[in-house]
Design a protein around this ligand. Structure first.
Ligand SMILES: Cc1cc2nc3c(=O)[nH]c(=O)nc-3n(C[C@H](O)[C@H](O)[C@H](O)COP(=O)(O)OP(=O)(O)OC[C@H]3O[C@@H](n4cnc5c(N)ncnc54)[C@H](O)[C@@H]3O)c2cc1C
Length: 490
């Protein structure tokens, strides 16, 4: 039996593990943390559960190849309930609120009521959101292995996306916002995504929700990761946790296996690097092996930006329906990282009553952070006391602003945790604290890198970084592709 060693027990690594075990390979996953899941995780504080990933899981709608993959690896199916998102998010400005509902006709009506002079542009937006519902993440086989017929089939399945790209493919979210006259519509469009994202990303994300293809599996992120780990073990896979890998053992044009941080060596016929790709080629393998495409993207920091978040979790004494969903509002200025922000969001997890003790609820704020912000946190992190102090200061300012927006929370809300982009670097060895891959900007539309390592015949890559803008479906697809490549070699 051929042995495969997988470095990293995130969604990409575990997907590869499940599929290879199922195909009869003998696999072992080595994960540095105590729990599998990587970025797709959550943790407890003061009796509350902080869910830190799934805002929407693309592929919850049955009858797509992606949905089948989620079922195959145990993420969905087998009685796993799915919470249907009622709204994408809402934005408030000058006392007016705009909500992007799951029901897009309701959104359209609200937008037109808000701004009749934008009606034409609003109708167009909603029409193209409907077209964007056809967008899917291709999971059959790697792009470089697809033949013209495969591409034709893919194109047919996403036929309407061609029109969407033609209309919105050459603008970013700021330019999309400027197509509208109403200040709230302009603001709402740029409120949810990090600056620089292409306009079509907004349409596709909202279309995922309106198309019923971006819901949230019951139990949230960690529960989903643990289900995949369970499926992996059911097939006989061996998952080592608290097992940090130091480097890949190279012998000529092949890898012999891996060396763990504790000095232990593990032999393998194949190695899959399923962690952050920057980390892979800085620590696990010499950087001369980094695929050219990736090297270019890491080198061009303007064209291929990444983003992260500064996040706060609050415990709330009471359950308030007014807080349902994700709500963005204007607030007094607050310095977060290197930037001064004037708006913030609160997200409620009331759809999962078990995330809070009875009669209480949990809220979260996520301030988007750029690479410049990351530098700020990275330098502060060298002095842990100053780092912790700054985190606490920001959280205190943020909670005041939340109370100002929702006065009924006075005396009923307190901070239970604060984490910064550095948390992602510490926990997952993430490049500049990013938890998605490169942002798909106007200048950098297509970000795909084959998961092979030139010069090393039996080493493969599986990571969200191989296809922008990353995310869970990309991680799973890249895990599947790594498994596919190894199965082809059998
Ligand atoms: C706040 C937040 C919100 C998000 N929201 C969404 C969402 O709504 N929808 C969506 O699709 N995606 C979302 N994502 C993104 C999603 O979590 C990631 O795209 C996905 O989990 C990445 O999976 P991965 O396997 O590629 O990488 P990772 O999760 O980073 O997995 C890599 C694994 O390798 C391990 N590792 C690293 N170095 C070593 C080493 N030396 N030895 C052993 N193990 C190592 C890490 O600990 C980690 O477990 C969100 C993420 C965050 C943090």
């Amino acid at each position: 039996m051929r042995k495969v060693v997988i470095v990293g027990g995130g969604i990409a690594g575990m997907t590869a593990g499940v599929l290879l075990q199922k195909a009869g390979f003998d696999t072992e996953i080595y994960e540095k943390n105590a729990l599998p899941g990587g970025q797709c995780t959550g943790w407890k504080r003061e009796g509350y559960f902080i869910d830190n990933c799934i805002h929407w899981l693309t592929g919850t709608r049955p009858e797509s190849a992606l949905h089948e993959l989620w079922k195959e690896i145990g993420a969905l199916g087998n009685g796993v309930e799915v919470h249907e998102k009622e709204m994408f998010f809402s934005s408030k400005l000058n006392g007016q609120t705009l909500t992007f509902w799951r029901d897009k006709e309701r959104t359209r009506k609200e937008m037109v009521e808000l701004s009749p002079e934008d009606e034409k542009e609003i109708n167009k937006l909603i029409e193209y959101v409907t077209m964007s519902e056809t967008m899917t993440v291709p999971v059959e086989k790697p792009f470089d292995a697809m033949n013209p017929i495969d591409f034709m089939k893919l194109g047919m399945s996403m036929k309407s996306m061609g029109k969407v790209m033609k209309e919105y493919g050459n603008m970013d979210i700021n330019e999309l916002a400027m197509r509208f006259k109403h200040p709230l519509i302009r603001r709402a469009i740029v409120d949810y995504m990090p600056s620089g994202y292409q306009a079509y990303a907004f349409l596709v994300s909202y279309g995922t929700v309106t198309g019923g293809n971006g819901d949230i599996p019951k139990g949230g992120s960690l529960a989903m990761s643990l289900r995949i780990a369970e499926k992996y073990k059911e097939y006989g896979g061996v998952l080592y946790t608290n097992a940090s890998v130091k480097n890949i053992l190279i012998n000529g044009k092949k890898a012999d296996g891996i060396m763990l941080e504790n000095g232990e060596q593990v032999e393998a016929d194949y190695v899959i690097c399923a962690c952050d790709t920057d980390y892979t080629f800085r620590k696990l393998l010499p950087d001369k092996y980094m695929p050219k495409g990736l090297k270019q993207m890491y080198a061009d920091r303007d064209k291929y930006p990444v983003s992260s978040g500064f996040q706060i979790a609050y415990a709330v004494d009471g359950v308030f329906g007014e807080l349902t969903g994700t709500r963005v509002f204007s607030c007094d200025e607050i310095n977060v990282g290197n930037q001064t922000v004037k708006s913030m969001s609160v997200q409620s997890y009331d759809y999962e009553p078990d995330f809070a003790p009875v009669g209480k609820m949990i809220l979260q704020t996520n301030f988007s952070q750029t690479e410049a912000d990351y530098k700020y946190w990275e330098s502060l992190y060298t002095d842990k006391a100053s780092y912790e102090k700054r985190k606490t200061e920001i959280a205190e300012q943020a909670i005041q602003r939340v109370i100002k927006e929702y006065p009924f929370l006075e005396g009923k809300i307190h901070v239970i945790d604060v984490w910064s982009p550095m948390t992602y670097t510490r926990y997952c060895n993430s490049y500049k604290g990013a938890y998605m891959s490169f942002v798909t900007t106007k200048q950098a539309k297509s970000i795909t890198v084959p998961g092979v390592v030139k010069g090393l015949d039996n080493v493969f890559l599986a990571s969200q970084w191989l296809m922008g803008p990353g995310g869970l479906p990309t991680a799973a697809a890249m895990g599947k592709f790594a498994a596919w490549r190894i199965m082809k070699r059998k």
